[in-house]
Design a protein around this ligand. Structure first.
Ligand code: 13P
Ligand code: SF4
Length: 309
């Protein structure tokens, strides 16, 4: 293990490469990253780096977002099979057909989408800024939000924009948490705070003491005076939570089926040190995007990144 870590480090230096990782990746991947973040922080980082090569330790739409923002850089993905069930729940062709019914609407898309969907979008958002993005749209404008129905419904309840049209997509990890098991854990640990990601179902969010993006949950856990938490999001986040707060206890919320391990994102977990080493060494699995499509998609991300919320 330490060999592969030092080989990756040497390659990074020689090739002026940077490794960006999401908090849902394996602990050992997070530990060798130059930067770990949630989707919002990673988008910012990808647009600002002066590295020649970006190795994106995450899923495909994240690497694609980095390429949209940094078209002159080589963006490599350790495993091209690392997709996203949420992004897959909204195909660009179907979304385009859907939008024909809402010609006068502002289109807001979660960043968990393909470049094709982003090209149809007016402004992107992540879970870290979705509330501000919706609030920034004048009250007399109608909105289509895609693709996450749970985040969409959560946004309706927080912003009062109840007429927002929401695409019917979801993430297979965040859909699977069991309300009954969370309530059972709350009975067992009455002092525990429940932290949940807004991609979870409404019934799950109702059990939460705090709802936020991956980065917001990490911040809350560190700043809270409580020292036991039930964490309702992808289990990879526990690595950083525990690192930041060694004396606190974090319990991963269980999915409905306790044998499936489905509070792990199987796509994020495809990223391994071996694959990172391989793509860096051989400069393979490069992300390519048609330039016309890239330009169409870029505006929706830049509008998000340049907004002063
Ligand atoms: P954030 O990084 O915005 O918290 O989103 C979580 C997620 O599901 C990423 O795939
Ligand atoms: Fe996609 Fe869900 Fe995995 Fe995030 S956790 S990458 S939304 S499948």
């Amino acid at each position: 293990m330490s060999d592969i870590k030092s080989e990756i480090s040497k390659l990074k230096k020689n090739k002026n490469a940077v490794i960006l990782a999401h908090y849902y990746t394996r602990p050992e991947v997070q530990d060798i990253a130059d930067f770990i973040g949630d989707s919002l922080a990673l988008s910012h980082k990808a647009s600002l780096t002066d590295a020649d090569i970006i190795v994106f330790a995450g899923v495909h739409f994240m690497a694609e977002t980095a390429k949209i923002l940094s078209p002159d850089k080589k963006v490599l993905i350790p495993d091209p099979e690392a997709g996203c069930s949420l992004a897959d729940s909204c195909e660009a062709v179907k979304f385009s057909r859907f939008l024909k019914d809402y010609p006068d609407h502002i289109v807001v898309s979660y960043v968990n989408t393909s470049v094709g969907v982003k090209a149809l979008t007016d402004i992107c958002c992540t879970s870290g800024n979705a509330v501000q993005v919706i609030k920034s749209i004048p009250a007399d404008k109608k909105i289509v939000f895609g693709p996450d129905r749970n985040l969409g419904n959560y946004l309706k309840s927080v912003t009062g924009r109840n007429d927002m049209v929401v695409w019917d997509g979801a993430c297979h990890v965040h859909e699977e948490f069991s309300v009954e098991k969370i309530l059972e854990l709350k009975r067992q640990y009455p002092e525990a705070k429940v932290l949940a990601h807004p991609e979870c179902k409404k019934t799950v969010l109702l059990t939460a003491d705090y709802i936020g993006s991956t980065a917001a949950l990490l911040k809350y856990a560190s700043e809270s005076k409580t020292d036991i938490f039930i964490v309702v999001t992808e289990s990879g986040i526990l690595h950083q939570m525990q690192k930041d707060n060694p004396s606190k206890r974090f319990i991963a919320a269980p999915p409905v089926d306790s044998t499936c391990g489905c509070n792990d994102c199987n796509y994020m977990k495809l990223v391994t040190l071996e694959k990172i080493y391989d793509v860096l060494l051989n400069e393979k699995n490069e992300v390519h995007i048609n330039e016309e499509l890239r330009k169409k998609a870029e505006g929706s991300i830049l509008r998000m990144l340049n907004s002063k919320f």
